[in-house]
Design a protein around this ligand. Sequence first.
Ligand code: DAH
Length: 339
Amino acid sequence: MREQLNNIKLEAEKRLNQAGSLAELESIRLQYLGKKGELTAVLRGMGQLTPEERPQIGQLANEVRSFIEKILEAKTKSLQEKERLSRLEKEAIDVTIPGKRRFIGKKHPLSIVMDEIKEVFIGLGYEIAEGPEVELDYYNFEALNIPPGHPARDSQDTFFINDDFLLRSQTSPVQIRVMEKKKPPIKIICPGRVYRSDAVDATHSPIFYQVEGLVVDRGVTMGDLIGTLQLFARSLFGEDTRIRLRPHHFQFTEPSAEVDVSCWSCGGKGCRMCKDEGWIEILGAGMVHPNVLRICGIDPKEYSGFAFGLGVERTAMGKFNIDDMRLLYENDMRFLRQF
Ligand code: DAH
């Protein structure tokens, strides 16, 4: 029995020293000290010993037990420490690694211009109106004094969904939608997307942006329109900007005009930008046609109004000196970061 105990001691010591994990230690502990363990088995057999042997073997067994326990304890501590260190190592953060750079987005040049336009008109007490991009033929053409078959439709050929629905070719239908709902005084602008079946080139796109304006009240005159546009042009292109109205024809205004601003590049002397004209066209405008007021239930004898429609791309291209409209839609970051 003495020999057995010594063997247990040697063997347990060896195995404990080789153990590489806490789980392994636990299984070794059970193997020797557990209820069904080897040392426990030896102690159980002590009944067969002589009374002289018993205390000696008992003492030896206790020594072996406390020997194993001591190693177990020491080994547990060192393995715990080792596991802690390896966990720390795994969780370690290298604060010297350069961070991931996040790029802050920028406003698209069209949004910059649209926001500036909104700012000017909100400052003048205008409200922002909206209308659908999928529009009824009635609002896009008919109610704007452009009946079916009228040649004025040709210049705004768009995408038809069926006979009644189309993608709006201008923001002017919003004028009708506003006047149907609201009685004068009316002062709105409507920035929005419009569609035409145009081929893409440096100055055309099948999708583009307009800002529509409408003012209806008692006694609104052409002078109000000119004053408003003058102020608008100065806010957007600088204090020295002048405007010029050229007679034109739109079905929904009478009289109508195309409006130019003095060239923002040369100030009016003539340069490449304005093709030596000194002027650049930016919008169409006029006094709201009596037929249009009437169709919306507004009496043209009592009320009058002016309206205008501005091309946002053209304005942005002028303001930022962009020579090809396609650049505005390609989403090339090298281009967009410049604004
Ligand atoms: N809707 C016209 C176009 O797209 C622009 C326009 C002209 C709008 C005169 C107006 C206006 O409100 O009065 O060509």
